[in-house]
Design a protein around this ligand. Structure first.
Ligand code: ADP
Ligand code: MG
Ligand code: ZN
Length: 728
């Protein structure tokens, strides 16, 4: 026992030592494991890095090759198809490069502005390659247009949609399965369908197996990216193409060109190496101009009438506005003034929408008054003007929408009507959207910039480098260079006053909307909000620009609050502090549209020279504001004085109509001739449609909230004054 005991003790000691040794070793292994795991992570990161670099390198190598040549084996055929099938004389920037790269079976991302001719970059290779081309496109209307145009030139193209005739769907599937590209060259489909239809995917697989799937094109490819301005969830499933059909080249095209979006798109589509082609975004034939939007509706309609009847007489265009209700109201008003326009928005039946679109395409109407529903894929070459009745919700949107003008390369005008209060109509809509507010604020910055060429501002936004020599005086800032500028000011004292007003409101336990804040500053509205200090001397429109500037630069901030009916925006102090050097701001001066802006006429119409006169929206247009218009002269200090012709400015008469309409002659509704011979009665019955729409329109898009009502009552505009600039 003793011996055993001794043995036990001995073994115990031995086991303890062994245990410790083992534990030590385990610890060492753990350490080593931790080291290796760490190393593994580092290596994985390196692998990703080198993979990306390799991808970048091969993309760069791809980019170094000169694609823009005609010494490929298919070049003679490419040239023939361009001329004989598409009836075009030559290629536009980056078209030939994209076509050659795709025909060499490389993946391509093509960034080109609206109207740059992106569709040709997949339509033409589709006719050169021996196989079927699949095009993913976000909208049926967009597909219909392209297919209609392709069929007209004898190309066999179809699309698949839920409402399609069964026989057509069956035959498309059959041709796909058979890889019968003689019977079917291009198939258009929405991303939603790609995601949902097994039948379609299996037909596509068969087509691929027989090596007859020539090309996959993805239109509006920025919809893949959450960074893009119209992200579509189903687009992210398109990554499946590269996995299932690795040998088929993919071309993605878009007019959105920010670097973030592009790298995101590449990842979503699983494109390893791809040629990125960038066509210049500058649209040298577009003239950019910002006008002050009248607060008084009648005056606003007069302004639009002036533009459409005189300046753009017999020319085709688009008026973009914010809400469905506005499209209907503005069309009604313009129709009553003998201007042929029709509304276009998402609440119209699709039949009605396409009818309106066709009438516009055929120049039976002069313009559509539309929400952004009138969007992608509009293909009218001779759009001479795009008027933004309300600013867009982002610069991307503005660029795309205004870019629908002048696709034929001829001079066209992009006019934006800016109004301070519109900021808050838009912000209360978009503050919950991803990047919604910062997108909107970029748009506001563009509008209130009194300093820089509009083109320069657009190019900066798209991270391109143009300088204002690219502008060729085709923007209001450059056209009126010297005359356009007001002096820069230090607005810190104004900022302090505004903060004092906000503090006062706080002690009264009230919150101020932007309107009430500006009212209080100008000693209008509720007396309890006003300070003892006198109101500013400068025009209210400059004061409003200052408040807008302070908001978009975070010296002031919008705070949003829901109530039962709507969302309200209140102004509070922002997180920026005034620097010692002061807050420098140069207000923008409102200018008239110059007289030499447009000379051409609507192509399908009888020709009549465009009015040569300047458009002056109020006093000279005969009727808009009869004899008592006041003219604003802006002094060198940036503060303006108002001189009136007959009686004093109505500036100080708040109340219903803002005291404005007393002196205003309402325009007589002209009924003598019927210029709408082509418009059917049901289309003219806008009043009825309007009431239907208003009933339907309960969604958040259109908020006639108390803030806006306020606005009509309290807002005292100054816009029947125009800045006088000699020798226009
Ligand atoms: P986007 O880039 O906006 O998709 P589209 O492909 O719709 O532009 O093309 C815009 C217009 O330009 C169309 O009417 C098209 O026929 C025309 N177009 C495209 N390429 C050329 C070209 N090389 N020569 C003449 N017209 C062209
Ligand atoms: Mg397009
Ligand atoms: Zn310019």
């Amino acid at each position: 026992m003793a011996a055993n005991g001794e043995d036990d003790t001995f073994e115990e000691i031995d086991l303890d030592t062994r245990l410790r040794a083992v534990k030590r070793e385990i610890d060492e292994v753990d350490l080593e494991l931790a080291r290796l795991t760490k190393r593994r992570k580092t290596l994985e990161q390196l692998r990703e890095k080198y993979r990306l670099q390799k991808q970048q390198q091969s993309s760069n190598q791809l980019a170094q090759k000169d694609w823009d040549t005609d010494d490929f084996s298919w070049s003679p055929k490419v040239d023939r198809v361009l001329k004989e099938v598409f009836h075009m004389k030559s290629f536009r920037a980056q078209q030939l490069g994209a076509i050659n790269a795709v025909l060499s079976k490389h993946d391509v991302l093509l960034l080109a502005p609206t109207g740059g001719g992106k569709s040709l970059c997949y339509q033409l290779p589709a006719l050169v390659a021996e196989g079927i081309t699949l095009i993913v496109s976000p909208l049926i209307a967009l597909m219909e247009d392209q297919i209609w145009a392709l069929k007209k030139i004898g190309v066999k193209a179809e699309y698949l949609s839920a409402t399609m005739d069964k026989d057509v769907v069956n035959s498309v599937h059959k041709h796909l399965r058979d890889g019968d590209y003689e019977s079917l060259r291009l198939v258009y489909i929405t991303p939603e369908r790609v995601a949902k239809s097994n039948r379609f995917m299996s037909a596509l697989q068969k087509c691929y197996n027989s090596k007859k799937l020539a090309l996959i094109a993805i239109d509006e490819v920025h919809c893949c990216s959450q960074w893009g301005h119209d992200y579509r969830p189903d687009y992210k499933l398109l990554g499946v193409f590269k996995k299932m059909f690795p040998d088929v080249p993919i071309i993605g095209v878009t007019a959105t060109a920010t670097a973030k979006v592009i790298s995101d798109v590449q990842k979503m589509l699983n494109l390893r190496e791809c040629l990125i082609l960038n066509a210049p975004f500058n649209r040298p034939n577009l003239y950019y101009h910002i006008l002050e939007k009248p607060a008084d509706k009648e005056e606003l309609y007069d302004m639009l009438e002036d533009l459409l009847h005189r300046k753009y007489r017999h020319m085709s265009g688009i008026i973009y506005t914010f809400s469905v209700k506005e499209t209907e109201e503005i069309s009604t008003q313009l129709l009553q003034r003998n201007i042929k326009v029709l509304p276009y928005h998402a609440y119209l039946e699709s039949k009605q929408r396409s009818k309106t679109y066709q009438k516009w395409m055929g120049n039976e109407i002069q313009a559509v008054v539309a929400t952004i529903a009138f969007g992608m894929g509009i293909d009218k070459a001779d759009v001479r003007f795009v008027i933004h009745h309300t600013m867009s919700k982002s610069m991307e949107n503005f660029y795309q929408e205004s870019g629908r003008a002048g696709r034929d390369g001829k001079r066209a005008d992009c006019i934006l009507l800016y109004r301070f209060m519109d900021i808050f109509r838009l912000s209360t809509m978009s503050f919950q959207e991803y990047e919604g507010l910062s997108n909107l604020y970029s748009m506001v910055k563009y509008c209130i910039n009194g300093n820089d060429c509009r083109r320069l501002l657009i190019s900066r936004h798209f991270a391109e480098v143009w300088d204002d020599t690219h502008c060729n005086r085709l923007c209001d800032r450059c056209y009126f260079r010297d005359k356009a500028q007001l002096p820069e000011q230090d607005i810190t004292p104004h900022y302090q006053t505004l903060l004092a007003i906000l503090r006062r409101a706080e002690t009264l336990q009230t919150k101020l909307t932007a309107l009430k804040l500006v009212d209080a500053w100008y000693h209008k509205g509720s007396p309890k909000n006003r300070l003892e200090t006198p109101p500013p001397l400068m025009d209210r429109y400059i004061g409003e620009q200052i408040v807008a500037f302070l908001i978009v630069n975070d010296f002031l901030k919008e705070e949003f609050q829901y109530n039962v009916y709507t969302t309200l925006s209140y102004i509070v102090k922002g997180s920026n502090f005034a620097p010692d050097s002061g807050i420098r701001f140069r207000p923008a001066r409102v200018l008239r549209v110059p007289k030499d802006s447009l000379k051409s006429t609507m192509s399908n119409r009888r020709r009549e020279p465009a009015s040569d006169e300047d458009i002056s929206f109020v006093s000279e247009s005969g009727g808009a504001s009869d004899g008592n218009s006041s003219k604003r002269r802006v002094s060198e200090s940036g503060e303006s004085t108002v001189t009136t012709n007959e009686h004093t400015s109505t500036d100080s008469v708040p109340g219903k109509d803002g005291g404005r309409s007393n002196g205003m002659k309402r325009r007589k509704k002209t009924t003598s001739t019927n210029p709408f011979e082509s418009l059917k009665t049901e289309e003219l019955d806008v009043e009825k449609r309007l009431s239907d729409i208003i009933e339907k329109e309960m969604d958040t898009r259109d908020k006639d909230n108390s803030q806006n009502e306020d606005e009509d009552v309290m807002f005292v505009p100054l816009n029947d004054e125009i800045i006088e600039i000699d020798e226009l």
